[in-house]
Design a protein around this ligand. Structure first.
Ligand code: NZQ
Ligand code: ZN
Length: 381
């Protein structure tokens, strides 16, 4: 095991913590508040943030869409420059936080912003940012990653840099009260798959990472099982904390990581507009079946530790069935076609897009070549 771990995001967790964000800001800071399509205006979060910002110089930018578009975000970049903004406050879900990370980096870069997601430019500096999370799912509030879409070409690519990791993140589960059911489902699934991407690879004997991953997966499975009880403070708090812990870097230290489901899923969202979590729930069981032998040992471990399945030669197979059943219990359709992907040659088109983006050796062992990706997508239809 070999790693260097540093998570510099201060977490302010719990009811009423939005007020405390003022303590995290320099009184002289010139702040740009960035938010999405307006949910925070309706649920009172905007008002709480505005109260916390009283006494600061601040501006706002709204309209960041789900799967944030570079074209939209570039307008916020112009605002940062125009007003000499030196702190960005992202208030929303993963899209707003990811979008704000792009804005923070692009504001200090003179070239074409797409150079950042396409990795022609390595981000070394960014305007500092903080986050108020309103949708627990991505972990973006305390990690260094972001996924950006260029609408003009229908491309969706990830980038990451320590400079864009939020300095602080407010996690007040009360902000989740206005979330539609669909976004709660997305939050459970996205978090579940994040842990799987870092856990369902091959055995390494990393007992802390495995044990913590299993605790998170059991928590998420229990919240899914108790979906009817979702209008409850503890249910919300547990989801918000589990989603954060699932992708703050901790469970992935020093162990192999997969991420093929995510990279394939990003192409599906870019081409067909499906929600991020829905793409994961459709691709992952297919991927696990195609890659069953490589992942057999870890699947068996997960079956025992997470789902409490009985031992047996087919334990790995039953674990994949249990994962799929979990997603179906949350209303995920039976396959890509049922989810609205109508193009007959979808697997070929998506595989071509992966190849164009250089994603030709995905997975913990690089074994997900374009042919394997096509087989996974065909199975996911
Ligand atoms: O825009 P508003 O009006 O705020 O509405 C949003 C949006 O329509 C709404 N919403 C958010 N909080 C709400 C709320 N509605 C009512 N009450 C609230 N409290 O929810 C809708 C979806 O929001 P979005 O931010 O798009 O969802 P999510 O958090 O799932 O983020 C998805 C994006 O994150 C990326 C995905 O690819 C996708 O682009 N990811 C980012 C990662 C990261 N940075 O580490 C990792 C992930 O794997 C993922 O790829
Ligand atoms: Zn995800």
């Amino acid at each position: 095991m070999l790693f260097s771990y540093h998570n510099p995001t201060r977490i302010l967790f719990g009811r009423g913590q939005i007020a405390a964000l003022a303590e995290c800001l320099d009184p002289q800071a010139r702040v740009l508040l960035i938010y999405g399509g307006g949910s925070i205006r309706k649920n009172g979060v905007y008002d709480q943030v505005a109260r916390a910002l009283a006494g600061h110089s601040w501006w706002e930018f709204s309209g960041v869409e789900p799967n944030p578009h570079m074209e939209t975000l570039d307008k916020a970049v112009a605002l940062v420059r125009e007003h000499g903004v030196d702190f960005i406050l992202a208030v929303g879900g993963g899209s707003v936080i990811d979008g704000s990370k792009y804005v923070a980096a692009a504001a200090l870069y003179d070239g074409d912003g797409w150079d950042i997601p396409s990795r022609r430019h390595t981000v070394r500096s960014a305007v500092p940012l903080g986050a108020v999370l309103t949708l627990p799912a991505t972990g973006s509030e305390s990690n260094a990653g972001a996924v950006i879409t260029r609408a003009a070409t229908g491309e969706k690519l990830p980038f990451g840099a320590p400079a864009v990791q939020p300095r602080f993140a407010v996690l007040d589960p009360d902000t989740m009260k206005s979330l539609p059911e669909r976004q709660l489902v997305n939050g459970i699934i996205d978090s579940f798959v994040h842990v799987c991407e870092q856990y369902l690879t091959r055995p390494t004997g990393a007992m802390v990472q495995d044990g913590y991953s299993e605790a998170l997966l059991r928590t998420l499975a229990a919240l899914a099982g108790d979906f009817a009880g979702r209008d409850d403070d503890l249910w919300r708090a547990n989801l918000m904390w589990a989603a954060n812990q699932g992708l703050n870097g901790l469970v992935g230290v020093g162990v192999p990581q997969d991420w093929a489901t995510h990279m394939i899923g990003h192409e599906i969202t870019a081409r067909y507009g499906l929600d991020h979590a829905v793409t994961l729930a459709l691709v992952q069981p297919a991927l696990l079946r195609v890659r069953l032998e490589a992942k057999r040992a870890k699947l068996a471990q997960m079956g025992r530790a997470v789902f409490g399945l009985a031992p047996g030669a087919d334990l790995a197979e039953r674990t994949v069935d249990a994962i799929e059943a979990l997603y179906r219990s949350l209303g995920i359709p039976a396959g890509l076609r049922a989810a609205g992907v109508a193009e007959p040659d979808a697997p070929e088109r998506l595989t071509d897009a992966l190849t164009r983006h250089g994603m030709t050796a995905l997975g913990e062992d690089g074994a997900v070549t374009p042919e394997v990706a096509r087989a996974i997508l065909t199975r996911a239809l």
